[in-house]
Design a protein around this ligand. Structure first.
Ligand SMILES: Cc1cc2nc3c(=O)[nH]c(=O)nc-3n(C[C@H](O)[C@H](O)[C@H](O)COP(=O)(O)O)c2cc1C
Length: 202
């Protein structure tokens, strides 16, 4: 009897928890797909890794939306802004803020809060400049074969967008993947790939 009561309590407890979490959603503005930009060859020529950010200059929601969209958004064909093996679209992008961890739901163009933990410190243990960036992307996958390729496509798109917009970024592998795996509540078959801080140059 106790066991049944316990199971029901756990079930309803978890359901309530998920429902409560699902309400923490941040809708994103539509990315502006008509904006002009420097020519592709010029962007590639100017692309660089930048490791010093203006910690007082935030990234606005329009820019945030466009960064996420270039990284892994849905395009007009219903595929992604990056190619994915067998069109499995299984790269995941998370945003780390001080108030918690947010999952980018590309189909609904929104961020969904998955945790209230501030996990930014786990990206900065070996490179403190990271802490000045106002925006932190984490790329994860469950695809052991192609996951890294997908992340590479996504972070290169972000590099090019950053170059076009006068933003600063660097892709980073020097992160505490174990702690991030825990903080992001990833399953055993998922893994953290890389971290991409983004901000305005100092
Ligand atoms: C997979 C990968 C991991 C990287 N990890 C780091 C890192 O942890 N920290 C860092 O400062 N730069 C990191 N970088 C950036 C490289 O150091 C940088 O791309 C390289 O020095 C060339 O400079 P550029 O990007 O300005 O052309 C990484 C780059 C790649 C592709």
């Amino acid at each position: 009897m106790n066991k049944i009561f316990y199971s029901l309590a756990v079930f309803f407890g978890l359901t309530a928890f998920n429902a409560a979490e699902a309400t923490e959603i941040k809708g994103l503005p539509q990315p502006d797909l008509q904006q002009s930009s420097p020519a592709l060859m010029e962007l590639l020529n100017n692309r660089q890794s930048v490791r010093a950010y203006d910690k007082d200059k935030a990234i606005d929601d329009q820019t945030l939306s466009e960064i996420l969209w270039v990284a892994n958004g849905m395009n007009k064909r219903g595929t992604r802004t990056i190619a994915t093996a067998r069109n499995e679209q299984n790269l995941k992008v998370y945003v780390l803020y001080e108030d918690g961890i947010w999952f980018y739901n590309a189909a609904d163009n929104q961020l969904e809060k998955i945790s209230a933990e501030n996990a930014i410190g786990f990206t900065a243990e070996q490179q403190k400049f990271v802490l000045d960036a106002p925006l932190h992307l984490i790329y994860t996958s469950s695809d052991g074969h192609w996951g890294h390729d997908h992340a590479g496509s996504a972070y290169q798109n972000v590099y090019l967008y950053a170059t076009a917009k006068g933003l600063a970024t660097v892709i980073r592998g020097l992160i505490n993947t174990q702690e991030l795996h825990r903080a992001l509540n990833l399953s055993d078959d998922e893994f953290v790939i890389v971290h991409q801080p983004i901000g305005y140059p100092k």
